[in-house]
Design a protein around this ligand. Structure first.
Ligand code: ZN
Length: 392
């Protein structure tokens, strides 16, 4: 193959390919440039006088699944002012041991759900260097839209068990990841956002958690507080599951195992079961009054969402609280008490049903994958960046 064809294949500017050698693991491509007059960095004069040569090997993109090195025979020029300097290559940044495009490739790889170690191995670069490249990528907070949602997840980064995730639930976008869920920290963070920007937030979505709603009132005074439907609905499922678990305690081992294994028949929406499953579910419920009542409460709760008008949802929700309150089942009485305390914010979820943390739940799964492939992430700043890179 002609040298210029190899050059095209390499896609590197201004080089002459002198030699290509392969070993089992490496490809080494020897390159040089055409000599041309240089501008002296010290005095600005032109010079073409070559002083000597220096060999430098730099890493490039993997080629044919082998590590690829470029061997550069660099000229050292000397100027009449006495200054000696090395020629520059357009594809090589100063003081770098790798090509610009390899750095760009690594930065792009960090956008996908894989560990830093995996990226390092594939690109023939140490993990420390990949992390340094990650450190150079900056990620500013995205500006706020008219809806803001806050949720927490167990990240175990920087000795803090829980981290916070801020999303725009209408644009389905992660806005930022915060290192702590503590009020003092969150307060500090929100304070830094210009008041004008905070006033744009019309809806603030969160879990039933007073510190969050207190923050919302302080920093987002124009926002309606909406409890995310996932967070309040799961209380109903927890109550139902607790009734089943209580009941199982008095069962024989085999029956207990059956109830545990078949619990999805009870938790799934009855209407979504096929005929055989419905029969099996009926039999499970026949066994105990509390479980039957708990199942009915769960079904009635889910039915609220199917109502068309907000007024109907509101009535159904308040009726449900009443019924749960009088159910005589402590798990549902507790649920009714919680819902009473938060009825205004939960009703907002029914009224403004376009606000939902659904997307956050999807993000949480990605975060889980990222934590798993990275064997946990100790440094929060890198963890945050990886999450933002892989999700946005
Ligand atoms: Zn000079």
């Amino acid at each position: 193959m002609h040298s210029h064809l190899i050059k095209d294949l390499l896609n590197l500017e201004g080089v002459i390919v002198k030699k290509v050698s392969h070993s089992d693991e490496d490809v080494v491509i020897m390159l040089e440039t055409k000599a041309k007059p240089q501008i002296c960095p010290a005095c600005g004069a032109k010079t073409g006088r070559i002083h000597d040569y220096r060999m430098q090997y730099v890493k490039d993109l993997p080629l044919q699944e082998k590590r690829c090195f470029l061997g550069l025979r660099k000229r050292r020029y000397i100027c009449s002012c006495g200054k000696r300097f090395l020629e520059k290559y357009p594809f090589l940044a100063r003081y770098q041991q790798r090509t610009v495009r390899l750095t760009a490739y690594i930065a792009a790889e960090l956008h996908s759900l894989q560990s830093v170690q995996a990226v390092a191995e594939r690109t023939n670069i140490s993990s420390a260097t990949v992390n340094r490249i990650l450190d150079t990528i900056s990620f500013d907070r995205s500006s706020l839209g008219n809806a803001l949602s806050i949720d927490e997840f167990k990240g175990n980064a920087d000795r803090q068990k829980f981290q916070c995730i801020l999303t725009d639930p209408r644009k389905h976008k992660i806005l930022d990841i915060l290192p702590s869920r503590e009020s003092a920290h969150l307060s500090q963070y929100f304070k830094q956002i210009p008041r004008q920007e905070r006033l744009k937030v019309q809806y603030f979505s969160c879990d039933m958690c007073r510190p969050y709603t207190d923050l919302a009132k302080a920093y987002f005074p124009a926002a309606k507080i909406v409890i995310d439907r996932y967070h309040f609905t799961r209380q109903v499922f927890w109550a139902l599951e607790n009734v089943r678990k209580d009941l199982q305690k008095s069962m024989s081992v085999s029956l207990r195992k059956y109830y545990k294994r078949s619990r999805s028949l009870i938790t799934k929406r009855y209407a979504s079961l096929d005929a055989e499953q419905k029969k099996a579910c009926d039999i499970m419920l026949l066994y105990n009054d509390d479980l039957r009542r708990a199942h009915r409460l769960k079904e009635r709760f889910l039915a609220i969402f199917s109502q068309q008008k907000f007024s109907a949802k509101r009535t159904a929700f308040l009726d449900w609280i009443e019924e749960a309150h009088l159910s005589g089942i402590r798990h549902f009485e507790k649920c009714a008490a919680t819902f009473s305390n938060w009825s205004h914010e939960i009703l907002n979820a029914f009224r403004y049903d376009f606000i939902s943390n659904g997307p956050t739940e999807g993000f949480n799964n990605k975060i889980k994958v990222l934590k798993r492939v990275s064997f946990g992430i100790r440094r929060f700043d890198r963890f945050r960046k990886r999450i933002l890179l892989t999700t946005n």
